[in-house]
Write a protein that binds this ligand. Structure first.
Ligand code: ADP
Ligand code: MG
Length: 483
């Protein structure tokens, strides 16, 4: 079969982008791989292609952490005539059941699921009726504790894969440092020497700029300048704190500058509406926390600005990399205020609480479940004597306990969790919060060094961080242009 002909007939593209063809050829031949391709390079095409060639009974299973995008990904695959669907918590019980019944009788070639789907026996029942041709793990960096977006659910994926008879695996990601690559390879029993395809991380059209700034007022002025210059071009401004985001939103309102917001304090449907308004071009500007953007496909984002510092170089590059997917020049504007470092340091202290703290939260939930189930987090926080309303250690502890399988989400009580089992020493060892905290502090430090290094091309610095060595300077960053 001629892959190029199929590409133009089925997908209406003239050429493969590197290394799409290499990946497709290998996985079709049954070789398992880890493939790195920059954001926007077209990772989805690799599994869409496989799905478009799937024979009777064969199924391409895509595991992704991004429930909010599954509908879109499904729609896009359908536009190429691929029989695709998704199953996730946004569907009613009845809808899920129906889709699983259809899968069991051979409908669908491509399905998207989040990793927790595998906890459901019904899901296994329907999968067992099919032959898994390809097991795709999208955003594979989420498997690594060292990654910037660790999802413990990803830990179990290799077990699931084995239970499915060890189908060919395709792990996809845009940002994986060598450590993270090693972690992914170890989990999926891949050999980095033979089973890694590096599509390169190069994004020569990104012009990265950094500004030393003191205080929010100066930041606002600087951004106003940038926004006036950009007119109504599409852009994202990232914030670490919802409060700062809201303040800036009010500032923009006072200047009559149109924008939408995306953060955790907005209701899910409001968030979704705002996201759509931005993605569909109804509103050019979005103010967002890092929760926004993973996996989005909007080619014409012209700039990404950081109002507060992100957590690591990989988080930064992932975020700024959402600009300029169309290959046209796009800009990164990083507003650096040294004081903001303390926000990230604080986050790390809260995100990785001490073992004793986690145990104490668990004991409270267990011994006073009658009160906790009704009063929920409010009560827990009170008992743990918190002065600071933003301190999210209790929430972190609950989500750690949930991913260990000690608690489970349920919607019978206002608290929203029920107890499954006590945490064990093994749990604390397997995911040592102190070790995690230290690793993430190192990443933050590397980011600071990068921001401060104005002697060397910015892109070269980023590439080196990912162990990718490039000699040619970008010519467009603040260092290269001498700004
Ligand atoms: P990511 O690698 O970030 O997951 P996507 O798979 O979402 O990227 O693809 C980004 C965009 O690139 C999509 O709009 C897709 O249609 C487009 N694309 C993918 N492959 C090709 C190709 N060979 N030629 C032209 N456009 C492509
Ligand atoms: Mg993608």
């Amino acid at each position: 079969m001629n892959l190029n002909t199929w590409l133009s007939e089925k997908f209406k593209f003239d050429n493969f982008r590197f290394p799409q063809k290499e990946i497709i050829e290998l996985v079709l031949a049954g070789k398992s791989l880890l493939a790195l391709m920059p954001t926007g390079a077209g990772k989805s095409l690799t599994y869409q292609f496989a799905a478009s060639l799937a024979a009777d009974k064969e199924l391409i299973l895509v595991v992704s952490p991004l429930i909010a995008l599954m509908q879109d990904q499904t729609n896009r695959a359908r536009e190429y005539g691929i029989d695709a669907t998704f199953i996730n918590s946004s569907l009613s019980g009845e809808q899920k059941l129906q889709r699983m019944q259809q899968i069991a009788v051979g409908q669908y070639k491509l399905i998207f699921v989040a990793p927790e789907r595998f906890q459901k026996p019904e899901f296994w029942n329907c999968l067992e009726k099919r032959k898994i041709k390809l097991f795709v793990v999208d955003e594979a960096h989420c498997i690594s504790l060292w990654g910037h977006d660790f999802r413990p659910d990803y830990f179990k994926l290799q077990n699931y894969r084995e239970r499915l008879g060890n189908p060919t695996l395709l792990a996809l990601t845009a940002t994986a440092t060598p450590d993270v690559q090693g972690d992914i390879a170890k989990q999926f029993k891949l050999d980095l020497k033979n089973d890694l395809i590096l599509g390169g991380l190069e994004r020569p059209n990104l012009a990265l700029n950094f500004f030393d700034i003191y205080g929010d007022e100066d930041k606002n002025e600087k951004l106003l300048e940038i926004l006036e210059d950009k007119k109504s071009q599409s852009g994202i401004i990232y914030f670490s704190l919802i409060q700062t985001l809201e303040n800036f939103s009010r500032f923009l309102q006072s200047k009559k500058i149109d924008h939408v917001r995306y953060h955790g304090d907005l209701k899910p449907d409001q968030r979704k509406r705002n996201q759509n308004d931005f993605l569909k071009g109804k509103c050019p500007l979005i103010l967002a926390t890092p929760a926004f953007g993973l996996g989005i496909d909007k080619p014409d984002i012209r700039f990404v600005s950081h109002y507060e510092i992100p957590s690591s170089i990989e988080a930064y590059f992932q975020e700024v990399g959402r600009a300029g997917r169309d290959g046209q020049t796009a800009f990164g504007y990083f507003l650096y205020d040294q004081e903001d470092l303390s926000i990230q340091m604080q986050f790390l202290t809260w995100a990785y609480p001490e073992s004793a703290f986690i145990e104490k939260v668990y004991d409270l939930i267990k011994t006073r479940y009658d009160i906790v189930s009704v009063q929920g987090f409010e009560y827990l926080r009170e008992q743990m004597v918190f002065k600071n309303r933003k301190d999210f250690r209790v929430n972190a502890a609950v989500s750690i306990l949930t991913r260990w399988g000690c608690l489970e989400e349920e919607d019978q009580t206002p608290f929203g969790y029920k107890i499954l089992r006590d945490p064990t020493q093994e749990d604390f060892k397997l995911e040592d919060q102190n070790v995690l905290k230290k690793e993430h502090q190192k990443k933050l430090l590397a980011l600071m060094q990068f921001v401060k290094n104005d002697k060397e091309c910015r892109l070269i610095q980023v590439y080196r961080y990912f162990n990718h060595h490039v000699d040619k300077v970008c010519g467009i960053c603040d260092v290269c242009t001498g700004n």
